[in-house]
Design a protein around this ligand. Structure first.
Ligand code: XLS
Ligand code: NI
Ligand code: NI
Length: 441
């Protein structure tokens, strides 16, 4: 297989273009028009769509009942360097044909991990040089890098929170290399998803000590990356469970509390994944709103869960209602801080045509684009914002305003309550709000 990048892996599929919603071409965008300006920015700038290396170029579709079904033409060579270069060629061909500007990876998505740490280091250095060339030739950039500190059996009891210091040190060594790789490739951000940072049973776990270790570990990672000149954001990606039963980064509120406790809140923001939100019994928009309030709405891992089961199915986004509500939060927050919309999503095990992964990304991008257009209209041309603000108008003047300014005491509230007597009920108008959203969809 060629390493010059001339070999075509996705044969017969050309560049994906915007054709508008009247188009019947399945291999065209219906809503995602990269250069269209919405709320002062192009769609390309709003979203910074990114392809996840692990799902799209590594994941073969295995499930607990059977092996993978994907027939990837790359990743076949027994020479790990050659296989990694072939995979990079396929990846850049796909990202370029999609017209997306970004990708994301785990260290050992890029190249197979070796049997020794030093050989892994040298493999990563080799593929980094190759990726630099691919990025320069295509203009595709790295949205974020991360380290896979959850697959290798050595991390079965955790990485930064492992009870064995030598495993913690090994994770540190691995993350140093992943940070070096990210910095070398001009990565705009760096993600920590604590796959095994949590526990299965409290009986064998010293939770306080493990959390202190995680705080110290992340501080070391930040200090090292800053010393290498890394200017981007660090992101925590919350997930409540799976693979651990209890994961320390349960949800956005928990992660923010953790970051503040360990003094990391200036450098870290949150990467919110739709399916992780729903696993935490939250909506996607709830998680976004919590992050936005803290000024930490960093990045999004776009996918969706399945309402009938309780695991991370990582399906491509297609829920327009959910995404519209999310885009309302997105626009009101002024967008993302440093991040983008990374499709952390995989096609189904029985989706085995070459074009399926294109259809999946087209659908995901169109869902976000359509939701953005709707949310923008709701904010600017519907009574939605006025109605929402009106619910709080009693805080805009008089005693309500004094309360917000901190000028009242509990005794003042007592006196106001005495004067007012019983109050008339005020409707929350939820059905009206829901109808407005539907009207604009
Ligand atoms: C898994 C996570 C993972 C992170 C990166 O559930 O979503 O893919 O995004 O480690
Ligand atoms: Ni993710
Ligand atoms: Ni996930």
């Amino acid at each position: 297989m060629a390493t010059l990048g001339n070999y075509e892996y996705y044969k017969g599929i050309g560049d994906i273009k915007y054709e508008g919603k009247e188009s019947d071409n399945p291999l065209a965008f219906k809503y995602y028009n990269p250069d269209q300006v919405v709320a002062g920015k192009t769609m390309r700038e709003h979203f910074k769509f990114s392809v996840a290396y692990w799902h799209t170029f590594c994941g073969l579709g295995a499930d607990p009942f059977g092996p993978g079904t994907q027939q990837f033409e790359w990743d076949k060579s027994s020479d790990p360097i050659q296989a990694a270069k072939d995979k990079a060629d396929a990846a850049f061909e796909f990202i370029t044909k999609m017209g997306f500007g970004y990708y994301c990876f785990h260290d050992f998505d890029l190249i197979r991990e070796a049997s020794t740490f030093s050989e892994s280091e040298s493999r990563l250095a080799t593929i980094t040089e190759y990726l630099k060339e691919k990025q320069a030739a295509s203009g595709v950039k790295l949205l974020w890098g991360t380290a896979n500190c959850f697959s290798n059996p050595r991390y079965m009891n955790g990485a930064a929170t492992n009870p064995d210091f030598n495993v913690v040190a090994r994770a540190g060594g691995q993350i140093k290399l992943a940070l070096d790789t990210t910095v070398a490739l001009g990565g705009e951000n760096y993600v920590f998803w604590g796959g095994r940072e949590g526990y299965m049973s409290l009986l064998n776990t010293d939770m306080g000590r493990e959390l202190d270790h995680m705080g110290r570990f992340l501080t070391m990672c930040r200090d090292y990356a800053r010393a290498q000149g890394f200017k981007g954001n660090f992101f925590i990606e919350p997930k409540p469970m799976e693979p651990s039963k209890h994961q320390y980064d349960f949800d956005t509120a928990t992660a923010i509390g953790f970051l503040r406790e360990y003094g990391l809140d200036n450098d870290f923001k949150i990467n919110i994944e739709v399916n992780h939100a729903t696993l935490a019994q939250h909506t996607f928009q709830h998680e976004m709103e919590v992050a936005a309030k803290a000024g930490m709405l960093g990045s999004l891992d776009a996918n969706r869960g399945d309402y009938q089961n309780g695991w991370d199915t990582d399906q491509f986004p297609n829920n327009i209602q959910e995404t519209t509500e999310a885009m309302l939060v997105f626009l009101k927050a002024g967008g993302l801080q440093g991040g983008g919309v990374n499709f952390d999503a995989k096609i189904r095990r029985n989706s085995t045509d070459l074009e399926d992964v294109f259809l999946a990304h087209i659908g995901g991008a169109d869902t976000f684009a359509r939701a953005l257009l709707i949310a923008d209209k709701i904010i600017n041309s519907s009574p939605y914002e006025t109605l929402r603000k009106a619910r709080y108008s009693s805080f805009d003047s008089g005693k309500g305003l004094e309360f917000e300014k901190g000028n009242l005491k509990l005794e003042d509230l007592y006196n106001i309550a005495q004067e007012n007597g019983e109050l008339p009920l005020k409707s929350g108008k939820q059905e009206l709000f829901e109808n407005i959203i539907n009207q604009y969809i």
